[in-house]
Design a protein around this ligand. Structure first.
Ligand SMILES: *Cc1c(COP(=O)(O)O)cnc(C)c1O
Length: 459
């Protein structure tokens, strides 16, 4: 581990004032929002840790790039800059721009998946799995068991279980498996990385059976940094070199540039196979826009091409992950139960251990997120029984093993002092946890209930 401080490799040039509410303001706001942090207005929030998606601060260079937007319908100069940046930093040859990551997932799923196919992956992401299913495929989780265990401190919880993968190939047949989907890092496991050793073994196995690898590269730089820090033989390599090495082991990539790549919107499909590229370039015209903008403005493609270069710089990524680790360490020192090891994009509070006296039917993680907001104006999100929804057949609640509150850190946005406020608030709520009794659900929407469900406090 590098002992130097993770201090930010930039200084602040422009600020966005935030509203400093009082506790009585927040009591009104959260009640009106039905104790659901998704229903708060952003201006009612002091420190917004709802998500790291599209919430990054852009650099002065990126903003300068915005002014160079070439909004030509066809052949925008910004597209060629973006294409060149992707080729240089990730190594994929062909690029299809899309409005977000899920659009790239849609296109590649439609091209490669046939009804009845199986798509193994290192855990699922919501939109990724949905597009696989919409194309007629069935997602199969082949991640290592450690990923499902909040207590395991295994360093590479994003790894694929080679036995699970090979068993699946043998059982279903290689011709029913269009590709293996590999996410760097694994969001739903708490921002956990896959090792290069594991990825290389997956490559060998898939080569043996002639199966492609599709890379969900949403947080590839964060994954590469964890390899540099923790995998044997990589401490002397730069993040940029490791990113390249990861991409070189895969065939096709889908990207949500709202995460790693430091922009508010955008994504792409990148690949090396010319035939699939031609098909994707044709489909993008149907769903997104012409193949030289695919749902993005020229100015956004320019900001993205610069953001990609900044995202793989060691100093940047060290400060980004360093800040997450700083918050995690402060909470660990105070004895707060969190998912270990600390991931790359956020801290996940273990609400079961935080509120052992609140039964899962009283929504402990939802209640905890509401209490943290009440205490300090910090907005987190629930990842537990509310998010897990109901069983489609029985209509009963699903009871997930993990009952978590996610504190997701936007890139380059908040300071160390902000992280101190967050830690102090979580510690304060922990000290007063006995008083928290949980919530009753008073409104439940039909789909993805966590976004719009409303609750009232049990007193
Ligand atoms: C956000 C995300 C996506 C989807 O990207 P959007 O830009 O939100 O459509 C896919 N995979 C992972 C791992 C993500 O975090």
């Amino acid at each position: 581990m590098n002992k130097k401080s993770w201090a930010e490799p930039y200084k602040i040039k422009m600020v966005e004032p935030v509203f400093m509410s009082t506790r009585s303001d927040r009591e009104r706001y959260i009640k009106k929002a039905g104790y659901n942090t998704f229903l708060l207005r952003s201006k009612e929030v002091y420190i917004d840790l709802l998500t790291d998606s599209g919430t990054s601060a852009m650099s002065d260079r990126q903003w300068a790039g915005i002014m160079l937007g070439d909004e030509a319908y066809a052949g925008s100069e910004n597209f060629y800059n973006m294409e060149e940046s992707i080729q240089r930093h990730y190594g994929y040859e062909y690029v299809v721009p899309t409005h977000q990551g899920r659009a790239a997932e849609h296109i590649i799923s439609q091209i490669l998946i046939k009804p009845g196919d199986f798509v193994p992956g290192n855990m699922y992401f919501t939109t990724t799995r949905l597009h696989q299913e919409l194309a007629g495929g069935t997602f199969v989780d082949v991640i290592v068991d450690e990923a499902h265990d909040a207590e395991s401190e295994f360093r590479f919880k994003g790894n694929i279980s080679l036995t699970k993968l090979e068993d699946l190939i043998r059982e279903k047949g290689a011709n029913r498996i269009p590709y293996v989907c590999i996410a760097t890092t694994v969001n739903m496991a708490g921002g956990q990385p896959i090792s290069l050793k594991n990825l290389r073994e997956v490559r060998e196995l898939t080569n043996k059976y002639g199966i492609r690898i599709v890379h969900d590269m949403t947080r590839v730089a964060e994954n590469a940094y964890m390899i540099q820090q923790h995998e044997e033989g990589y401490s002397g390599k730069s993040t940029a070199e490791i990113v390249k090495e990861i991409c070189d082991l895969t065939d096709i990539a889908t990207m949500s540039s709202k995460k790693d790549a430091l922009v508010s919107i955008g994504g792409f499909l990148a690949l090396n196979d010319q035939e699939i590229f031609e098909e994707a370039r044709n489909l993008v015209v149907v769903y997104e826009g012409l193949h030289t903008y695919g749902g993005m403005a020229g100015r956004d493609m320019e900001a993205l091409s610069i953001g990609i270069a900044e995202s793989v710089e060691d100093d940047h990524i060290r400060a980004r992950v360093g800040q997450v680790e700083y918050l995690g360490q402060r909470l660990i020192e105070a004895g707060i139960p969190i998912v270990l090891p600390i991931g790359t994009h956020g801290i996940f509070l273990d609400a079961r251990k935080f509120l052992p006296h609140v039964p899962q039917d009283s929504f402990p993680a939802q209640a905890l997120a509401a209490e943290i907001y009440l205490d300090s104006g910090v907005r987190a999100m629930e990842r537990g029984i509310v998010s897990a929804g109901r069983n489609k057949e029985t209509g009963e609640n699903n009871y997930p093993k993990l009952e978590l509150v996610r504190l997701t850190i936007p890139r380059r946005v908040y300071t160390q002092a902000h992280m101190d406020v967050v830690a102090e608030s979580v510690i304060n709520v922990y000290e007063n946890r006995e008083a928290i009794k949980g919530l009753n659900m008073i409104f439940e929407p039909k789909h993805l209930r966590f976004f719009q469900a409303q609750f009232e406090k049990i007193v």
